[in-house]
Design a protein around this ligand. Sequence first.
Ligand code: FAD
Ligand code: SF4
Ligand code: SF4
Length: 483
Amino acid sequence: MATDRMLKFVDTEKRMPDKRTVDQRRVDFDEIYQEFDAARATEQASRCSQCGVPFCQVHCPLHNNIPDWLMLTAEGRLEEAYEVASATNNFPEICGRICPQDRLCEGNCVIEKGFESVTIGSVEKYITETAFENGWVKPTVPVRERSESIGVIGGGPGGLAAADQLRKKGYQVHVYDRYDRMGGLMIYGIPNFKLEKDVVERRNALLAEGGVIYHANVEIGRDLTLAALREKHDAVLIATGVYKARDIQCPGVGLNGIYPALDYLTASNRKGLGDTVPAFDDGTLNATGKRVVVIGGGDTAMDCVRTAVRQGAVSVTCVYRRDRANMPGSQREVANAEEEGVEFQWLSAPEAFVGGDRVTGVRCQRIHLGVPDATGRQTPQVIEGSHFTIDCDMAIKALGFDPEDLPALFGEPGLMVSRWGTVRIDFRSMMTQLDGVFAAGDIVRGASLVVWAVRDGRDAAARIHDYLQAKHASVAVSAKSAA
Ligand code: FAD
Ligand code: SF4
Ligand code: SF4
């Protein structure tokens, strides 16, 4: 029986793919996890208990059919496993690498309590990498071409997932991005040691081979108006992400040597891609030989501290106002940072940046977590007289992102936004107040995750198809009644 191969969690331990040694990791930007080999992937997939109600699937934003692909992997039927995995996910090799699985599928795996979860993300990555190696991953060939065209603003995971889905339906899809490469934060935000850039570029190339047309270095609002795009295309999708860095209000914040996280990470990623980056080469956005303090406790902060380690910083300290249990970043990434030598100052908040012209230290205060607020999170309260200073040569602010003022940027006051600046959509049609203009990804939900952007992109593509079908049908009815 096929299921004889499953339910092995009772006597088979959870094993993640091997991690490279800390000494290796600290000196390069390669991914830190090695690949599963076939034997280990089969063994780990066979730990799944094939739950009747698979909570892993419920808590995957894409509702991936995880139990089925695990069983197919355990049975060595990898081509079928890939078909199942790719049916619900446009980028399974990317999600398998960078989803915070401890908060999503794996964190809800039924065997987690007592036996530790199935290594779902690593198996997803293994299946997809095997599919690429064997040539099973093919560019899209639509069953029929359609004449209608769609303009997608933003080539991040949201825009690209939508583009892929729309292309499968045969639409003419044009993706516009203000950057020179497609991929959004997968290229210029997330560092190589979590997601190697050739993995993203391989997907970008596949989409282009399938007929998606890229327009790089085109900023909507500067090079082309939204109105012009609406004229040109039958529908438009806004998937521009969120990029306005939150700032710290405290004395000394304007000193030299203090930078926003994304400027720092983008410079590092560009350098890794082989670009000339003057602000990196002249030592500005470069941590080599410096004492670095990073402020924040999310995934962006973790990416900054670990990038600084790899650039050869003398010391790297992360300052976060809550404790480890209450930080928004993935616990797995914190553990990786600790292994790599990052020091954490939990329950601490910056009070001032000190220095003359350049920053020489961050003066902090200790924090006590008080009573929970309306959201249920304990409120950070300053402990009076608890000041301490961390000496540094470079400080990085990683406090999260808000949307830019899109209606102003696009010159479209009719584009309605929430009080947080995210684009308002009708949640059934995914359309904004502007007819034929849809929105998806971080620009709708606020800073989130790649897997949620993929989900939104797929949903938006389906709604755009519905919209165009309905429009097509009503034109046909009018033509018939006129005749
Ligand atoms: P984006 O990826 O931001 O893409 C938007 C694209 O739109 C960009 O390419 C931008 O250039 C383009 N654009 C913007 N405005 C215009 C315009 N006017 N004209 C033309 N183009 C425009 N998520 C995870 O799941 N796992 C992680 O490990 C993880 N790590 C992260 C690390 C960092 C440092 C950051 C910042 C984020 C991380 N995230 C992670 C979050 C994840 O990257 C985002 O949630 C996801 O990329 C959002 O996708 P998106 O398509 O909505 O937007
Ligand atoms: Fe888990 Fe993410 Fe894969 Fe879903 S897409 S199964 S959440 S790793
Ligand atoms: Fe398998 Fe865990 Fe999902 Fe159950 S919850 S089907 S054990 S992966």
